[in-house]
Design a protein around this ligand. Sequence first.
Ligand code: FAD
Ligand code: SF4
Length: 404
Amino acid sequence: MTALSRSPSGLASHERTRPLSKGKVKPAKDLCSECGLCDSRWVAYVRHACPFLNQRFETMELETHGRIRNLDNEKELYFGVHNRMLTARLKKPIAGAQWTGIVSQLGIQALKTGLVDAVLCVQQGEQDRFTPVPILARTPEEVLAARVNKATLSPNLEALEQLSGSGIKKLLAIGVGCQVQALRAVQSTLPLDELYVLGMPCVDNVSRTGLQTFLESTSKSPNTVVHYEFMQDFYIHFHHSNGSKETISFFGLDTPKVKDIFAPSCLSCFDYVNAGADLVIGYMGAKFGYQWLTVRNTRGEKLLSLIESQLDILPVDSSGDRHSAVQQGIDAYNKALKLPIWIASLVAWWVKYIGPQGLEYSRFSIDSHFTRNALWLWRHHSEKAEQHIPAFAKKIVSRYRLPS
Ligand code: FAD
Ligand code: SF4
């Protein structure tokens, strides 16, 4: 039994009525992912709900999906509890979306069909394309205006503060893993009749300042970037405001410079595939141009049914062998190597045509990030590593040789 189920509203009255002090209370300190919970009245639950103070994957999976993942099943070990997976793209892609816009289209349909009264999503700042502005969208136009990633830490859960008195009883929340973990932990205390959660995989997020360092050390024209993605072909694809495109090999990254830009929360996160969402939509398990959908439970099926007829669907595929590339990556990261550009291009070409594809690419990325993050935690927060690294990540990490 969890602290919350023992006592969903069992806080002392002074804790329930404590005034909000936006931006001031961040008990996870340097590990805080700015998920926004602490900028809402649900800050009262922070010690229980914050994913960086209290790791609760098993409870979350049990409460949300009715069971925990089976660690002896390779697919569940990596991708969490799920009913099915598919890859798909919208038959009519949404212009300006991150990929083909399945996430936005689903939010729009959820409103149009009356499945929900509002969609928690992230619009952009008026002055800056990458500054996130979380909102409770009540119209399809507002959901559409939230399309495309704001590739920075986003305080999504601060929007919960607007629920009281809004008349919203059915909500679709769109978010990344840390936001969803905190949301699930306080779900039973929200003034809602229905909550649907549409998750996205997420890794290596950054503060707005960190993003600027990354763009300046990687792109030829950092100030005109309007969209970018680390794609399955092992290149970063930048789109510029004049419509031009730029690609940079992962292996050509200036590792010594970008090594330290990632938020500490992301360097200690093991929720890459968003274990608590009903439906997860990313790209890394799909072939280039398609999106990757993981349906975790019956609520996820209900969400997907809203747009399934609008999709071109392909089954998930997998090929190649990730293991040696992951091991070499661990050693290169540890030495913060920067490859000469011609070697980087050669490696990228080789990996693109012979390397892991489909689900094997996802496993490559999960292995690479879990091993790096476990190392980071052991080195920087050894006191919490044992409790914080979940069993599924420990099993994955134990398959590799890590430097001491
Ligand atoms: P769109 O229709 O363009 O909608 C994008 C949605 O993202 C909007 O609803 C908006 O509310 C939401 N959003 C935007 N910025 C944020 C933010 N900072 N935090 C929370 N929500 C936000 N997929 C992978 O497979 N592997 C990854 O490593 C990966 N990393 C990601 C990192 C971040 C920070 C984000 C936001 C997404 C990441 N994704 C990743 C998901 C992927 O990039 C696409 O967002 C997803 O496939 C949906 O594409 P779409 O065209 O359907 O989205
Ligand atoms: Fe609060 Fe979220 Fe930061 Fe944890 S990660 S301290 S819940 S804002």
